[in-house]
Ligand binder design. Structure first.
Ligand SMILES: Nc1nc2c(ncn2[C@@H]2O[C@H](COP(=O)(O)OP(=O)(O)O)[C@@H](O)[C@H]2O)c(=O)[nH]1
Ligand SMILES: [Mg+2]
Length: 287
């Protein structure tokens, strides 16, 4: 089997660490070997003890005190330090050779959009350590409350896609907060602030005309800007959002299958020869 890494990215509070724990619980329940890699040098509490933890190499708190840096400068320092200490990374990864890593990333948006630090890390994982890497970009469901916020969130997701250069699934997290009715399909989701299930669907798979008319009714002064942004979202046809409801096991399983698909997980596994099969089952059936 190959090596797989799913990076959980997105702004602070989007639900990355909570999702990491949910994905690992779900995968382990079906007997899969999945490990948590904490890449946030400021992380404090974990639902799961990480198998690999950047804090064992360097912590943001120490850097801020010793180097007299603020949180953003400190984070840049931590990532540069990590990239200068690839021996440490190599040693950590060598313990999980045939495994599947869920990598919980920091929430500073600059990391995805302004700097090349995370893309350098991803590049190292794939070229030096032969991992298949993909990323999920999480955006909270309240981003669809307001079309201006939705534009900002969508543009940040697009910018991360371009910057990180890996297959990416955009996730609309905390959809349970919008929900009224049964769990599961987005058709059953009714947004607060008067949004209907149909409304949600046009934000998940952006419907340019409807979003433009809503933007123009809020901000008619910016008609041309709204039109240009909607055109950009439309032209960049890869943008859509996968709704995630952590209160539904099916929703977590569905996202995990999308992630697996994205990395073609298991495709290079050798097909099972008949002699590998447990013939005991057949013997029992014949009795
Ligand atoms: N209602 C709801 N709350 C969530 C969900 N996911 C995370 N949260 C809460 O949102 C807050 C931030 O979550 P966290 O996973 O730490 O976000 P991170 O900063 O992206 O790692 C925490 O208080 C979580 O309990 C969700 O799916 N639904
Ligand atoms: Mg977190």
């Amino acid at each position: 089997m190959g090596k797989y890494a799913c990076m959980l990215t997105g702004p602070a509070g989007a639900g990355k660490s909570t999702l990491a724990a949910a994905l690992i619980t779900h995968a382990q329940a079906s007997g899969r070997n999945v490990h948590l890699f904490n890449l946030d040098p400021a992380a404090e509490r974990f639902e799961f003890a990480p198998s690999i933890d950047i804090k064992e190499l360097i912590s943001l708190e120490d850097v801020m005190t010793e180097m007299e840096l603020g949180p953003n400068g400190g984070l840049v320092y931590c990532f540069e330090y990590l990239m200068d200490n690839l021996d440490w990374l190599s040693e950590q990864l060598s313990e999980y050779n045939d495994d599947y890593l869920i990598i919980d990333c920091p929430g500073q948006i600059e990391l995805y959009t302004h700097t090349s630090l995370l893309s350098r890390f991803i590049n190292t994982l794939s070229t030096s350590f032969n991992y298949r890497v993909m990323a999920c970009y999480l955006l909270e469901s309240n981003f669809i409350d307001d079309v201006n916020k939705y534009f900002a969130g969508t543009l940040s997701a697009m910018s991360s896609m371009v910057n990180l250069e890996v297959p990416m699934i955009n996730v609309l997290s905390k959809v349970d907060l919008l929900k009224k009715g049964e769990a599961g399909s987005s058709r059953h989701l009714i947004a607060r602030a008067g949004r209907t299930g149909k409304d949600l669907e046009r934000f998940l798979d952006p419907d340019p005309t409807l979003i433009l008319s809503e933007a123009n009714s809020h901000n008619p002064k910016f008609y041309n800007l709204n039109k240009a942004i909607v055109q950009l979202i439309e032209d960049f046809s890869l943008i859509n959002f996968h709704p995630l409801d952590l209160t539904s096991e099916d929703s977590v399983g569905d996202l995990l299958s999308h992630i697996d698909n994205c990395m073609q997980y298991g495709e290079d596994e050798e097909p099972k020869e008949p002699k590998d099969m447990d013939m005991g089952d057949f013997a029992e059936a014949e009795e």
